[in-house]
Design a protein around this ligand. Sequence first.
Ligand code: FES
Length: 118
Amino acid sequence: MTQRNHYLFVCANRRPDGSPKGSCAAAGSVELAAALKDEIGRRGLHRTEVRPCTSSCLDVCWAGPVIAVEPDGYFYGHVAASDVPEIVDALVAGARVERLVIAPEGFDEPTAKARRAT
Ligand code: FES
């Protein structure tokens, strides 16, 4: 196997039902990871361009489902399986889906929740 140009880490952490923090798995990340893997494989990008992986908690649970894009160093938040084709299109084009990128202030839970409520 070769080193891929990108690794997409989909948080697959699951907390018990009713947990106040929630979790990406409870918000649909398992289905998201499967859709991402299918799309990348269907396009034949999995061997050289991008490797989709699952991860444990990435500590931005309020923005789940979350994907960490490495080595570019940004996160996507509130990602749905329907966003997958757009995400892969952007990756291939050397771009990102700006509407899904978590802004720096989005890594602070109170600020992120306040912005989302407005
Ligand atoms: S549960 Fe996914 S970031 Fe914490």
